[in-house]
Design a protein around this ligand. Sequence first.
Ligand code: GLN
Length: 483
Amino acid sequence: MTLATAREIREAVRTKERSAVEVCRAALARIDTADRAIQAFRTVTAERALARAADIDSHHDRWRDAPLVGVPVAVKDNLCTRGVRTTAASKILETFVPPYDATAVTRLEQAGAIVVGKTNLDEFAMGSSTENSAFGPTRNPWALDRTPGGSSGGSAAAVAARMAPLALGSDTGGSVRQPAALSGVVGLKPTYGRVSRYGLIAFASSLDQIGPLSLTVHDAALALGVLAGQDPADATSAPDPPDDWTGALTGDARGARIGVPWRMLDSGVDPEVVRAFRAALEVLAGRGARIIDIDLPQAGQAIPVYYLVATAEASSNLARYDGVRYGFRAREDSLAVMYRRTRAAGFGAEVKRRIILGTYVLSAGYYDAYYVKAQKVRTLILRDYETAFERADVVAMPTSPTPAFALGERLADPLQMYLADVFTVSANLAGLPAISVPCGFTAGQLPIGLQLTGRRFDESTMLRIADAYERETGWWKKEPPAI
Ligand code: GLN
């Protein structure tokens, strides 16, 4: 039996049409069969999940009105789960069992959701294909010889293959939206500060944001309502009150002004992606939205700026993995050699590349030339958006310049891999909310994603337009070929 949406499951459990245990068993059975080929999960928490489901069923009165009651969720394996191994897909954390839960996980559980497992990712969320996982890649449910995107590729594949209706990912430069697009699901990156990062294994702290992956925009809005809110454990979490995000989904896009930075589509974008993107704009126009031309003049700098800022912050965040505090430790008598060997054996090639690059751009001689310069251009990118938002309510772009690429295709060429982020990184640099919604398929049946970026803390408008588009097209209803 395939799973319904989170909203449908919640309703079924609330009205006792299905028990939480029944739903949980169905999800675990689906994981059992489908995940052999896909490898979305690193850890499946079957026993815990069933015990929790049974507990919810036996206290139905207490849980009945919880917003995600009985909904199975998959959690990216860089989010801490108390008592459950959390690896960030790195050898250096292979044996790490956190003593606490990430706030996002706590909030999901308080809302009645049931964690069914931890999903694969690029090591420390560094990558766009999930191939940088120390434990092997995840496969795209639409084409098993292709990547599901990354770094939240396990979460995207889990939702796409109907193993869980909802998953958590983290998005530093596109890692929720890009795998959502390549796997044919919805991926939401909230405004920076909207969701607490407490318990998220840090990659680049000024860019990282946790977000949901789901089948529908409604489910993303539902999850955001559960996840959002200030947290004393994360000083960057914002006091801004949550909106009624599901209530904002009226289906009405009339008068919405959709800005399109056409110049960004001039080169390097797959023609089938361009075609699907144009068709999506026509659908929105048909529902009464106005398409307007905008320009993001600094957008061409977003990738280099991102890779300077992200690597600088990563080199600092990853200094804590020294063999003393967590997980893996190389055997050695002298402390200095132990540090060196632990990091040499514990980190993969991409992580090392970024630590070296980040250390370099922060070093005394180059700090001003690279890091400070990048921060200045980052401000210019933010101003571009502020200017665009004087005339537009959201900015529309494709999420990814290409559909899912073949496993192995870009592994030897990191720069080619970095270009996958051309449309996504600027939302992180500017701290803005952005969403990817399925907007069709290539002739070869690979999913394509439409990205909408909103004003800071205005997820409502963005979600409303995305939902209006989804209602008209319903791409999400198509399931990947039987696995
Ligand atoms: N692909 C980007 C990178 O490799 C983004 C990763 C992310 O958002 N975590 O850094």
